[in-house]
Structure formats: structure tokens, C-alpha cells
Design a protein around this ligand. Structure first.
Ligand code: PMP
Length: 358
């Protein structure tokens, strides 16, 4: 730390993204990316746009915004496009929460929420999950706080129904409720249809998972025009050209090619169920995920040991060194071939472990 770093920020613990290792080619199942490349016309649109990079991007991303609005059946004034959904989430923390407007979120959830809160000096409450890792939606009913909930939640993959979400939103009319739908396309129920009914609801989404554009950085928020205006005030006060030309072109084309992505999601869901069953057959406890990852624990090996042994064998999964979930690992669902490699490496490791113990 330099002597110039402000006192206020000196204790900030930054978010730690999943590893992006360069030492070897891994079967990469640690950051919930899509195993499928963007559709060919997305790559072509990006190449074409590259020839116009001497010009700033459109700060309104008007063409992309209109396409996304059409896709979700809302109007363009109800949409903001951002540099990944991390950006819209940070904008929302900045815009709607402060010392007098604290925020609440589940104790086990996306690790960026406490970082956004600390960065923006926002008091926050972490509400424990039930013992089975489910979010008890009643804990959020009428709590007079802003709320952010990932639905499906990460890293558990468990989800709330839209009627449960509606009860949370309806019972907190003077607070903003953010529903982070980064993983909704793999089987969750979206709250977007509720946006017209509730002026305090902000739904965020991303192109990073179901639309194979993690490296392009594209996210969005859908809410009432008033909420979108506030988010734009933050955007135009920080980074007006937040979505670059190539990303806007990629996002637009990805929406045109929706069928390709919907089909990829179906394959991921099939592979998720296949892997879940296979892990359960091997004695793992596996939560019923509605996302593109599984959260799993073996009674035979600790979460950390399994993570390290898989890494040594070229398979990367995510381990969180957090007390309540230290024995679990989060495994991104990839292609069937990747899942079979994972399972056969797990078989080797568990066999070794049994031999050691006998
Ligand atoms: N929300 C959740 C729950 C996530 O897991 C992630 C991915 N790390 C994000 C939001 C942000 O994703 P992105 O910025 O790539 O849109």
C-alpha cells in the first residue's frame, strides 16, 4: 500500500476473482463460464466493429438497449447496459444505499456484495441461510432495508420462486430490492415480469454465463424508468462509455442468435443433471442447482484436498475458504466430455484416498 491510499480505503478487502491460471491447460470448471464459444456471427460482428474503434462507443448503447428491451418485453427506458453485471450492481449500491439506507443480503452469496458495501461505506446485514443452504424468503419480508439477492444464489445454485421474490419486493415498498439473475437462464424463474408492477425492483442480468461473453464484459439492469435514470446518473458520473463498441456489437448479435444460446443452456442443464447424479452415486452431497454449477461435498475428502488434488490432475474447480462452506466445492458445468474427465479424476482421487485409509 502506498502512503497515499486513503485511510478510509486502507482496510478494504478487495474481491478475489476465480483463478485464471496460465501455467497449463486446465479443464476449467472454476468461474462459471460457458464451455461453448460465442456463435459464429457474434465473432463476425466483433471483427466488423473493430474497424470502427477509432470512434467512441455510443454512451446509450441505443441499438443494443432496444434489442434487449424487445427480447425481454420491456421498453428501452427500463434498461441500462453495463460493463458486466458487476458494474450495474456497484451502480445500484452507490445510488440507493448509504449510512441511512443499509442493505441486507444472504450470509452465503456472491462475494462481491460485501465488497461493494464496504467500498461505498454502506452498513450491511448478512442474513444466515437455513441449515440446508436455502434462503428463507420470510427473513426478507418487510425489513425496511435495501436488499440484494442472487437468484439462483451463488455458490449454492438454489433458487427462490417468483412468488417468494414478489412477496419480498411487495413488502418493502420504500426500499430497493435487487434481484441478481446472473444464472437465471439455467432453470430459474425471472423476476423481470414484476418490474412494471413494482417501482422498487431492479433485476440485473449478464451475458457472461448463458451467452458465452464473459470476456466481453456485458451486463444489464431492468427496472422502472426512474431507477434506470438514477443508475444512469452514476454511470455518466463515472464512465459514460462503459460498454465498448465490440462488446455492444457482440451483445446485439447474441440476442439475434438467441436460439443458439438457448440450446447451449439446455445442454448445460442436461450435463448438470448427469453430473449431479454421478456425484451422488459416488457418495457426494450435491445441492439441487438451478444454475450452471454444482455445489458438492464428499464425506471422504475435504473440500480443500479435493480442490488441490483435482488441480494437480489438471481440473480446476472453486473452493471457498469460508467456515460454513469449506467442505464444499463449486463445480462449473461444462461439456459432457469435461464432466467425464472430472468424474474419472474424482474416481482416481477417491480410490487413492480409500487405499490410504485401508
Ligand atoms: N452475480 C453473480 C451471482 C455472479 O456469480 C457473478 C459472476 N462472478 C456476477 C454477478 C457478475 O458477473 P459479470 O460481471 O461477469 O456479469
Amino acid at each position: 500500500m502506498s502512503k497515499f491510499f486513503t485511510q478510509r480505503l486502507s482496510s478494504l478487502e478487495a474481491y478475489v476473482p476465480g483463478e485464471q491460471p496460465k501455467d497449463m491447460q486446465y479443464v476449467k470448471l472454476n468461474t462459471n463460464e460457458s464451455p461453448f464459444p460465442p456463435s459464429p456471427s457474434v465473432s463476425a460482428a466483433v471483427m466488423e466493429e473493430a474497424g470502427r474503434l477509432m470512434l467512441y462507443s455510443d454512451p446509450e448503447s441505443a441499438r443494443l438497449t432496444a434489442k434487449l428491451a424487445e427480447y425481454y418485453g420491456v421498453s428501452a427506458s427500463e434498461v441500462i447496459m453495463t460493463n458486466g453485471s458487476d458494474e450495474v450492481l456497484n451502480f445500484a449500491f452507490m445510488a440507493f444505499s448509504d449510512e441511512d439506507h443499509p442493505i441486507a443480503f444472504p450470509e452465503i452469496t456472491y462475494g462481491f456484495y460485501p465488497v461493494f458495501a464496504k467500498l461505498n461505506r454502506i452498513p450491511y446485514t448478512q442474513i444466515p441461510l437455513r441449515d440446508d443452504f436455502t434462503v428463507n424468503y420470510r427473513d426478507y419480508v418487510g425489513i425496511f432495508k435495501n436488499i440484494v439477492i442472487a437468484n439462483p444464489n451463488a455458490p449454492t445454485g438454489l433458487s427462490l420462486s417468483s412468488s417468494e421474490i414478489e412477496e419480498i419486493v411487495a413488502s418493502n415498498p420504500d426500499n430497493v430490492v435487487i434481484i441478481d439473475e446472473a444464472y437465471v437462464d439455467f432453470g430459474g424463474e425471472s423476476a423481470i415480469p414484476l418490474v412494471r408492477k413494482y417501482k422498487n425492483l431492479l433485476v440485473t442480468g449478464t451475458f457472461s454465463k448463458s451467452r458465452s461473453l464473459a470476456g466481453a464484459r456485458l451486463g444489464f439492469g431492468i427496472a422502472s424508468p426512474d431507477i434506470i435514470r438514477d443508475l444512469n446518473t452514476i454511470k455518466y458520473s463515472t464512465n459514460p462509455y462503459n460498454v465498448n463498441r465490440m462488446t455492444a456489437a457482440a451483445g446485439y448479435q447474441a440476442l439475434v442468435d438467441s436460439e443458439y444460446y438457448t440450446n447451449n443452456c439446455k445442454i448445460v442443464v442436461q450435463n448438470r443433471e448427469y453430473t449431479k447424479d454421478a456425484l451422488r452415486l459416488r457418495g457426494f452431497k450435491v445441492l439441487d442447482s438451478k444454475a450452471n454449477f454444482l455445489f458438492a461435498q464428499s464425506p471422504l475428502i475435504s473440500g480443500e484436498e479435493l480442490y488441490l488434488k483435482l488441480k494437480a490432475r489438471g481440473v480446476l474447480i472453486r473452493h471457498f475458504n469460508t467456515p460454513k462452506i469449506a467442505n464444499y466445492n463449486r463445480i462449473t458445468v461444462g461439456t459432457r466430455e469435461q464432466m467425464d474427465i472430472l468424474l474419472s479424476r474424482i474416481d482416481e482421487i477417491l480410490k487413492e484416498k480409500k487405499d490410504e485409509n485401508s
